[in-house]
Design a protein around this ligand. Structure first.
Ligand code: HEM
Length: 324
């Protein structure tokens, strides 16, 4: 029997998978989306940097967890000695711990920069308010990760710093609520082994799972809305500045924009990207006449028409070829 070429094996595997779930379509949709030109500015990279740093934190955290012992009983406590062991004896342990520590600091700086960018470009406004709220939730999750992680080395600094932060957190003016928060976090009347147990669980299981979940929601929202154009950009964007996702067309303005977009868009040729993708791959039929019309309308200096405004006349005339 002839040995199959690796490409044939690859095709067979992909076909087998695609028959069970449209993986190729899903991957194409995820990967081949146009990035608008204005998003090439350096300050649009902060969100991506935050994502990369979180991946680093997850990876280095898993490596640290291989040696860390979350036990604060006894003197010296295994938690303390295990961190010493990682720092001084484990092969490259100092590096992994250092990356995790500095990554955490850098992460907070990057999140703040990312928030500043979103604020500066007005990207928190409709329809992205919910994504801003998701972002604020992630900010709190990241701060909670920093707080819970700080206790884990179980040295003097970690112990007393956590005592202070718990006191601050429990500073709620309603006494029973304050006591409840304190008891819940400490797991007893003072910071002790149960506190470490709880902080470890939060730091290693609960918070990372939540942040991954929220990041997924954050990215789905970004894909649905497209990247917001900055407030300072010209009101007459060029063809290459067209938002990349159809839903952002719908939210940005009129029916005709959505309609044109849908008709000129094609996913059939993922290797061809850029504004000419539609014309190159499928203009032979429908979009050939829609495309220049959409382009002309979009780059006119007309201010965006409010959503749902009557625009049938434009749709009807400019894209009448769609029925052909
Ligand atoms: C775990 C933390 C976060 C990650 C991984 C993350 C990632 C991203 C990425 C990759 C983008 C695409 C555009 C860009 O990179 O600037 C983005 C957009 C956005 N982010 Fe975040 N982000 C995080 C936290 C936040 C926070 C704390 C806020 C605000 C409180 C926020 C609000 C937004 C908004 C509103 C957008 C849409 C901006 C637009 O459409 O131009 N994000 N985020």
């Amino acid at each position: 029997m002839a040995i199959p070429h690796p490409r044939e094996i690859q095709v067979a595997v992909v076909n087998w998978l695609d028959e069970r779930y449209p993986f190729t379509k899903a991957v194409d949709e995820a990967l081949y989306q146009r990035v608008p030109n204005f998003a090439n500015a350096f300050y649009y990279c902060f969100g991506g940097m935050v994502f990369i740093l979180i991946v680093f934190q997850l990876l280095t955290g898993i490596l640290l967890a291989l040696y860390y012992v979350p036990d604060a009983s006894g003197n010296p406590a295994p938690a303390y000695t295990s961190v010493n062991f990682i720092q001084n004896s484990v092969y490259l342990g100092w590096l992994i711990r250092g990356v995790h520590f500095w990554g955490a600091n850098l992460l907070i700086i990057m999140v703040l920069l990312h928030m500043a960018r979103v604020y500066w470009t007005g990207a928190y406004r409709a329809p992205r308010e919910l994504n801003w709220i998701v972002g604020v939730t992630m900010l709190f999750l990241i701060l909670a990760l920093a707080l819970t992680g700080y206790l884990l080395p179980w040295d003097t600094k970690a112990y007393f710093a956590t005592e202070v932060t718990i006191k601050i957190t429990a500073g709620v003016p309603i006494a029973p609520v304050a006591t409840l928060i304190k008891e819940l976090l400490q797991g007893g009347p003072v910071v002790g082994p149960p506190t470490l147990q709880r902080f470890f669980t939060l730091h290693v299981f609960v918070l990372p799972a939540l942040i991954v979940l929220f990041m997924y929601v954050h990215f789905r929202f970004i894909r649905a809305h497209g990247i917001a154009e900055g407030l300072t950009t010209s009101s007459t964007p060029s063809w290459s500045d067209w938002p990349s996702s159809p839903s952002s067309w719908a939210t940005q303005g009129t029916t005709w924009r959505t309609t044109c977009r849908m008709r000129t868009r094609t996913r059939s040729s993922p290797t061809i990207s850029g504004p000419t993708r539609s014309s190159r791959s499928s203009c032979s039929s429908r979009s050939a006449c829609c495309l220049p019309m959409c382009r002309r309308i979009f780059s006119s200096s007309r201010p965006p028409t409010p959503a749902r405004s009557p625009s049938r006349d434009l749709t009807g005339t400019s894209c009448s070829c769609s029925s052909s």
